[in-house]
Design a binder for this molecule. Sequence first.
Ligand code: ADP
Ligand code: MG
Length: 256
Amino acid sequence: MARIFCVANQKGGVGKTTTCVNLAAALARRKQRVLLVDLDPQGNATGGSGIDKRGLERSVYHLLVGMADLAAVRVASPSGKFDVLPANRDLAGAEVEMVELEGREKRLKKALAGVADDYDFVLIDCPPSLSLLTLNGLCSAHGVIIPMQCEYYALEGLSDLVNTIKKVHANLNRDLKIIGLLRVMFDPRMTLQQQVSAQLEDHFGDKVFKAVVPRNVRLAEAPSHGMPGVVYDPAAKGSQAYLDFAEEMIERVRTL
Ligand code: ADP
Ligand code: MG
């Protein structure tokens, strides 16, 4: 049965999408069957998987509001050997339209139930907010992967997210747990980053993944070629870190 994970952090630009796309491609290289769900109206995970988000006939929006079923929305990433439920700006409308619909927090969960046996991993790329879309992600998932930069304010932002996860756990999804914190865009030359990284390890212990993703321009370049970094340049330091991270996730899932 598929293990479902949200990649979430309510801050923008912290590496959620990069993590989601590269983890999907890295898991696929490890022979895992992966479905990536783009829950962000920016559609960056869709584009980064090599899918033209402007040309979509159907997207996650249609799935969430009940206008299409999953099979009609799903597409294969041409570059990454995984499947995608793509998104574009249409999805911004779902936020408003879903409010009126029955079971509004659990519409994605319901849609994913039908494909649980088709995948080993489902990865959900959440938007940078604690919105109804993110709530749909959190209600669908077994766990949350939190990418974060080791900056001064990182810990402060984390407490809001941790509180939201606790509330969802208490009220909507008893399965939900924090799987781990992933340090991304890491620059070991910066003393502050080393300090925050050490603080994270003190605070969260083995909830901090061992893999650390360095700041690496190849990861930033890859989306403009419509490819995950691990496909565009597998030898790059950043790609190697995501390949290590995939190993760690496969290991961690065994102990869940
Ligand atoms: P989010 O989804 O949280 O908004 P993104 O994954 O889109 O964040 O990352 C924000 C920006 O940082 C993007 O331009 C992305 O290419 C870049 N980026 C992400 N991770 C790295 C990294 N490890 N090294 C260099 N650039 C990165
Ligand atoms: Mg994003």
